[in-house]
Design a protein around this ligand. Structure first.
Ligand SMILES: [Zn+2]
Length: 94
């Protein structure tokens, strides 16, 4: 048995669930974004190799409210090059 450097209080504290690297919080659903007055998504075409870079804004209510922004971004279809799947960010109201 070896001595431990025990410099805490004598009572047994439950282990803290505080990882050093905080994980990203739960991804909000589109409905939760709508609750925060987000009505639109800023979207980008995902076709980087083709250098499409088409950007646009789509209405939030075009997507099922239970989906996350990640799920919704996979449904995006580029109106310029036709690629399915892009990137989306909430268009926060200013
Ligand atoms: Zn495109």
């Amino acid at each position: 048995m070896r001595a431990r450097n025990h410099n805490g209080p004598g009572r047994e504290d439950p282990p803290r669930k505080m990882p050093v690297h905080a994980p990203p919080g739960p991804v909000p659903t589109l409905a939760e974004l709508a609750d925060q007055h987000v009505t639109e998504l800023r979207v980008w075409c995902g076709a980087w190799p083709q250098r499409c870079f088409h950007r646009g804004v789509v209405r939030l209510d075009l997507f099922p409210p239970g989906e996350t922004i990640v799920q919704a971004s996979r449904r995006l279809v580029c109106t310029k090059c036709g690629l399915i799947g892009g990137y989306a960010q909430p268009h926060w109201p200013s």
